[in-house]
Design a protein around this ligand. Sequence first.
Ligand SMILES: [Cu+2]
Length: 206
Amino acid sequence: MEIKITDELSIDSLLANQTILTKPTPFLIRNMGFNKGVAVQLPTEKEILNTLGITTYDSAPFDSSVDTVKSFRNALEGWRGTAGNTCINSQMDVIDLPGRRSTQHNIVHVYVGGIFTANGKTSLGNMTQNTSPNDPVFWIHHANIDRLWASYSKRHGNNYQPATGAPQGHNLNDVMEPFSFKKDGINKPSAVLNEAWLGYQYEFLK
Ligand SMILES: [Cu+2]
């Protein structure tokens, strides 16, 4: 597969426009397989197939409280069961209690980066915070999330929700930040519903 990067801004300049609460490190930090000393598991094929079997893309109120039975989006992102928790210091904390497991997208970040203690200090892997694009595996991970989205669309159609009613940036025709600089209009959910519109396709869908 050939990948062409045609955006006029680099990822570095994109990140420079964001509020980075955690300092990027001059080296890669991973603590694979463990989070706070507890073993973490990658998503299983059964979990992925279960997620792809959810027919409804999303349901009101379109946040982490939505039961995954009626929210493919919530199941794939992995925030299910985390309602009421807030993101502190930009770190992606894992919820790995019975019935409250962060899965799919989230758990891969946590699996690679982890939160751990080193020299008496709590440390975060790059993948466990908003410096995650500094870890090369981030790009493979998100390419696969995109492939799962394509797999879902092939099974159930482009049934993105909501058209309105979600916070700014999440509705069908909202501009998603930080991509408002793009002049080609490819910065709204409605513009990226089908990967063929973006000039690529997947050899293998799930
Ligand atoms: Cu991610």
